[in-house]
Ligand binder design. Structure first.
Ligand code: SF4
Length: 380
């Protein structure tokens, strides 16, 4: 493992993040700059639409990190933006790269001092980025490092998008940052909202970010390349079914019955397993999209083969896939990962019952890649 402390200049707390702006808001920001042309009545003239398109292109297509790079904007506009706005609302403060060079985690600081994490994983043809949606989390899952500090605050849409743009810049300019073996493709190809926070608990900002990431004049990623992972907030699953974007839904199930699941995932007390699965069925009926169930295997807790049978019973007839996840253990926790052999057995039981099942390849264990682990380490 390689740990690299990073200390670029912090973002002034007053700088307006352009990543939080819709095209209309962007036009307002530019219009309010000093030295903007004035109309006959002494009011700032409105900004031509092509200027806004140019700025958006610099942000989302060329991944500019400074206004100085925006060479087709007038100098006064660039200087005005540099004095009042930012393209980089997140300050990377620590970076960890796995020994194999295929996984890296970055701890970011936000202007108010809160920290979040994002993890980049390189596969043959994919560059998958796991991003955070909240600083901390209110869900209280008993095996999770993020849960330990509770919820600090929601991320803005711009802070969610900023994680993606940071790594998009990194992948494009691999030579300038500490070592990770980056070959093609040199951009982010897949995004999973599985980092810190419950995305459905910050629904509005998360979906504003998703729309910016998928918009043709935004980051332009196909919706099918984005996965939103939830512990199962039932009303929000119903709401997502109406969003009209082909974003993938992953549900962190972790147990097939309510008694066990409530101990692992407290929101299960409010949204019992059967209600949750009913909402998943409604979601599939509306969208015709397959849903993934995440199941983190914990030794002696939820890995008994009889639970695989119960799980197969519960999922019978649902258009789904089960992703078994070897738990990333956290320090001083009683939850430990299931052995490889027992994981395999659990997977075989599900497969034998006709449930499409894979075991997730474990990545980044030595860099504390499980969500919240790096932040907790930095704060301790
Ligand atoms: S596992 Fe996810 S939802 Fe549960 S506490 Fe951790 S971050 Fe929150």
């Amino acid at each position: 493992m390689k740990t690299i402390p990073l200390s670029p200049p912090a973002v002034p707390p007053t700088a307006r993040s352009l990543l939080d702006c819709s095209p209309q808001e962007l036009a307002e920001v530019v219009k309010a700059l000093p030295h903007q042309r004035e109309d006959a009545g002494g009011r700032a003239a409105s900004v031509p639409a092509y200027r806004i398109r140019q700025i958006q292109e610099w942000i989302y297509k060329k991944y500019a990190r400074s206004f100085e790079e925006m060479s087709n904007l007038p100098k006064a506009m660039r200087d005005g933006l540099a004095a009042s706005a930012t393209l980089t609302p997140l300050t990377p403060v620590e970076q960890r790269v796995s020994k194999a060079g295929d996984t890296q985690k970055v701890l970011f600081q936000m202007p108010d001092g809160e920290t979040i994490e994002a993890v980049l994983m390189l596969y043959d043809q994919r560059r998958t980025l796991c991003i955070s949606s909240q600083a901390g989390c209110a869900m209280g899952c008993s095996f999770c490092a993020t849960a330990q500090g509770g919820l600090r605050r929601n991320l803005t849409a711009g802070e969610i998008v900023a994680q993606v743009l940071f790594f998009a810049r990194y992948l494009r300019n691999a030579g300038e940052r500490p070592k990770m073996r980056v070959k093609r493709p040199t951009t982010v190809t897949n995004i999973v909202l599985m980092g810190m926070g419950e995305p459905m608990h910050n629904y509005k900002n998360v979906w504003t970010a998703i729309r910016r990431l998928t918009a043709a004049d935004g980051f332009g990623l196909g919706a099918r390349h984005i996965t939103l992972s939830t512990v199962g907030l039932v009303p929000m699953i119903d709401r997502m079914a109406d969003e009209g974007l082909q974003v993938n839904l992953a549900v962190s199930l972790h147990a097939p019955n309510n008694a066990l699941r409530s101990k692992l995932v407290p929101p299960s007390r409010r949204y019992p397993v059967d209600d949750l699965l009913a909402s998943v069925r409604r979601y599939i009926a509306k969208t015709n999209r397959r849903v993934t169930f995440e199941y983190a295997l914990m030794r002696g807790v939820n890995d008994n083969p009889s639970l695989a049978e119960d799980l197969a019973d519960k999922l019978h007839g649902i258009l789904c896939h089960v992703n078994l996840i070897p738990l990333n253990p956290i320090p001083d926790s009683s939850f430990q990962p299931t052995s490889d052999r027992d994981t395999q057995r659990f997977a075989e039981r599900l497969s034998a019952r006709g449930i499409s099942t894979t075991v997730r390849i474990r990545r980044g264990i030595e860099i504390d890649a499980g969500c919240g682990q790096l932040r907790n380490a930095a704060e301790s």
